[in-house]
Design a protein around this ligand. Sequence first.
Ligand code: SF4
Ligand code: SF3
Length: 549
Amino acid sequence: MFCYQCQEAAKGTGCTIKGVCGKDDSLANLQDLLIYTLKGISFFSTKAEAIGKRDPEVDDFIFVGLFNTITNANFDKEVFYNQIRKGLELRDKMKKVCEDAGVKLENLPDAATFTANTKEEMEAKSTAKEVGVLATENEDVRSLRELITYGLKGMAAYVEHASVLGERKEEIFNFMQTALAKTLDDSLSVEDLVALTLETGKYGVEGMALLDGANTTAYGNPEITEVNIGVGTNPGILISGHDLKDLEQLLEQTEGTGVDVYTHSEMLPGHYYPAFKKYKHFVGNYGNAWWKQKEEFESFNGPVLFTTNCIVPPKTGAKYDGRVFTTGASGFPGWKHIEADENGKKDFSEIIELAKKCEAPTEIETGKIIGGFAHAQVFALADKVVDAVKTGAIKRFFVMAGCDGRMKSREYYTEFAEKLPGDTVILTAGCAKYRYNKLKLGDIGGIPRVLDAGQCNDSYSLAVIALKLKEVFELNDINELPITYNIAWYEQKAVIVLLALLYLGVKDIHLGPTLPAFLSANVAKVLVENFGIAGIGEVDEDIKLFLGE
Ligand code: SF4
Ligand code: SF3
C-alpha cells in the first residue's frame, strides 16, 4: 500500500505498512483499485456524454465510489469487492454505448481494459504497479493528479448528500468524470494539471452551493441555537457524520418511543436547522470531534449510527462494538449496515429497539454551546457586524474552518483561539471547532467571538459571508477584507474546501497542522508563489504576523 491522502499520513510522507487511520494494506489497495476502476468508467462515460449519451447510473456510481474511499469512511472490504465488480460491469456497458454509437476508441488505457472477476483477481490487480498512487513516476504530475482526485473525493461527499435530498447538477457530474479521465492522460502538462486543479475548486464551490441549497430548502436556514451538551434520563441514540436526511429519518422514527437522539462530532450542526427543532427528544450534542469516539461511545451507553466518516476502528473487546451501525457511504466489518429502500427510506427500528434496552448516557459535561451562524443568520445580523467593524469593536475575523484530528500539534488551535485579542472573531465550520467551541471567549456587543456556520461543507457560508462583506465595504478584492484564513485540515473534504477558496481568489491561507504530504516541492512552490499558501508556526508569532504587529 501507499497512501498519503490525509494529514496523518505516517511520518508526514505516506502510510506504507498500515494506515494510521486503521486501514490495512489490502483494504488500501482495494480502494486504489476502485478509484482506478472509476477512472476507467470515466474514460468511456465522458466520450458517451460528448455524443449526448449520458447515464445517471454512472453519475451515482462515481460519486458514491469516490466517497467510499474518503479517509475513515469505509473499512469493509466486501463493499470494495462489490463496488469494483459493479464498476467493471458499468465500465463495459459504457464502452458498448460508445462502440454502438461508432465512437472511435483508440489508445485505451489499462484502466479501461483490465479485468478482475474474482476476489483473488481483484487483490492481485490491486497490487499491480499501474494501479496505485506511485504508478505516476513524475513527482509533480503525481502530486497534481492526487490533489485533483482528493478534491473530487470531497466534492463527491457533498454532491451525494445533495443528491439524497433530490438536488443534482449534471455539470458537476460531467466535470468529475472529465477530471478523473484526465488523470489517466499522460499528454497533459503540469500547467494543464494546475489549471484542472483550479477548475476542481470551481466545481467545489458549485457542489457546496448545491448542498447548501438542498439542506436549506429541506430544513430551513440555520439559526442561532444553544445546544445542550449535558444528557437526559432516557436511553439515547448517538448519530454521527454529515447526512441530514438520515438525521431527519431517525428523528421521525424515534419520536414517541422514549428514546432520545444526540449528535456526535460533525452532526452537531443538525441542531441549528429549524426543521429539527420541533423534536423534543432531540436532546443535544454528546462529546467532541470524531477522534474521541473510543471513550465517548463507551460512556454514551446506547447505540451509535454513522452516516459518513469519521470512523475509528474499535479496540478488540470494546464494549460499544456490538451497538454501532453504519449507513450511506460508511461501513465497518461486523457493524450492521442499513440500506435505503428504493424510495430512499431507511428502517432504523433495530437501532431503536436496541436503544430501549440500554442505559441512559453517562454525563461527561454540562452546559451549552452556541452555533448556527451560516450565511442567512449572519446576514440577518449584518448591520450589527458592519457597525462593529466600522467602530473598530471588531478588528479582524479569523476563518478557522476545517477538521480536527489526533495529533498533539493541534493543541495549537486551542491556544491560538485563547490568545487571540478580544476584538477578533473566529468564523468556523467543520469539526475543527471542537478545539475551541467550549472555551469561554465571550462576545463583542452581543456577537459571539466564535461563530460556527456548521459542517465542513458550510465553509461555503463563510465564503458567501466574505463576499457579502466585500460588497458592503465596497472593496475590489476579497483579500482587502480584515479576514485571516488559518485552516486545519485532515481529510479530503478539507481539500475541496481549500481548492474552492483558492478558486474564489482567497490568498495567504495558512494550512496546518502540517502541509499535505501529497504536495511535491514544485507544486507546493506554485501554491506559495501564486496563492501565498503557508503553514503554521508558533502561536504568539503567528498572531503577531496576522495582526500585522
Ligand atoms: Fe494513512 Fe491517512 Fe491514508 Fe489512512 S487515509 S492510510 S492515515 S494517509
Ligand atoms: Fe471532520 Fe471527519 Fe473533516 Fe467534516 S468528521 S470535517 S474530519
